[in-house]
Ligand binder design. Structure first.
Ligand code: AMP
Ligand code: ZN
Ligand code: FE
Ligand code: FE
Length: 289
């Protein structure tokens, strides 16, 4: 039987609602054989996930890095770069993750200030209680739900609230993806473009940018993602073939913050083998037996 492989999940170390130790147990219960933990801009959950690893499950340590691609006229498109099996202690990439996380704190404070200025009772105290690690908009969204200002977390991601370009939206510091890809490679990691055409989240880059990312050292495209419809997947599969990129599939599990379950999308064995063959910074974690 082929192994079931999910290469993109979030725990309470960023904006998921499941603690990393519970996430690996839930992953095995969901029938997965391999799971990657890819919290936003951090590997803080990896140790707890590794310590709780159930029999039969392999853990790929990773992270999802907040990046941008610069366009004409100073425009910027936000994008997410998954990085697998890098050396977590490598100083340059480590410092970059720290810088992005530190700015996220300032940026969350600004969003809360703007909300408070309009009389919306969201407090910094509550939002930091909700954030157990990398702070993000989902934590602000949870506070908005608690205050009855929006019915669900997803409803906060609109122009009226903190959706892209929204009234209370504040951009975060992001890494230039053409600097981030070599940064990941130099740390021995394998960079994969997360949900490259998730238009629901905001503007996405064109195929020309993806081709340039491939020339810069990108390893793969996350084609099978809940935010891609089937024509988009077919297009991306063709593009990956043209550019010699690995095709991955993943749930982008966030626990209760999103309705998608662990293993809802999966990666083929051959794609995982290719990622493992390119990795030089860390090895997959297997249970203590
Ligand atoms: P941030 O990184 O703080 O800008 O927050 C972005 C994160 O919010 C994404 O990585 C998703 O995890 C989450 N997110 C984005 N759009 C939505 C949505 N429509 N519903 C729920 N969560 C979302
Ligand atoms: Zn997230
Ligand atoms: Fe993402
Ligand atoms: Fe994600």
């Amino acid at each position: 039987m082929p192994r079931r492989i999910d290469l993109h999940t979030h725990s309470t170390a960023s904006d998921g609602t499941t603690p990393p130790g519970d996430l690996v147990v839930a992953a095995r219960a969901a029938g997965l054989d391999v799971v990657a933990l890819t919290d936003h801009d951090t590997t803080a959950g990896v140790a707890a996930a590794a310590a709780a690893l159930p029999a039969g499950l392999t853990l790929l340590p990773g992270a999802e890095i907040s990046c941008f691609s610069a366009g004409p006229g100073g425009t910027r498109i936000s994008l997410h770069l998954l990085a697998y099996l890098f050396d977590r202690a490598e100083p340059d990439f480590r410092a970059a993750r720290q810088k992005v996380r530190a700015h996220r704190v300032t940026r969350a404070e600004r969003m809360i200030e703007r909300l408070a200025a309009d009389g919306h009772a969201v407090t910094w105290e509550r939002v930091t209680q909700l954030a157990g690690g990398t702070i993000g908009r989902p934590h602000v969204a949870q506070a908005l739900v608690e205050q009855g200002l929006v019915p669900t977390v997803a409803d906060a991601f609109t122009r009226d609230w903190i959706g892209h370009g929204g009234h209370y939206y504040v951009p975060k510091l992001e890494l230039d993806v053409f600097a981030a890809i070599p940064l990941v490679r130099r740390a021995g990691g394998v960079p994969v473009f997360a949900h490259p055409k998730a238009v629901r989240r905001g503007p996405v880059v064109g195929d020309d940018v993806i081709a340039a990312m491939a020339r810069c050292g990108l390893a793969g495209l996350e084609v099978d993602h809940p935010d891609h419809d089937s024509p988009t997947r077919a297009h991306l599969r063709g593009l990956a073939a043209d550019l010699g990129l690995v095709v991955t599939g993943s749930s982008d599990f966030h626990g209760g913050n999103k309705p998608v379950g662990l293993g809802a999308e999966t990666t083929a064995e051959a794609a995982l083998e290719s990622i493992l063959a390119q990795a030089a910074g860390a090895v997959p974690v297997r249970p203590a037996s």
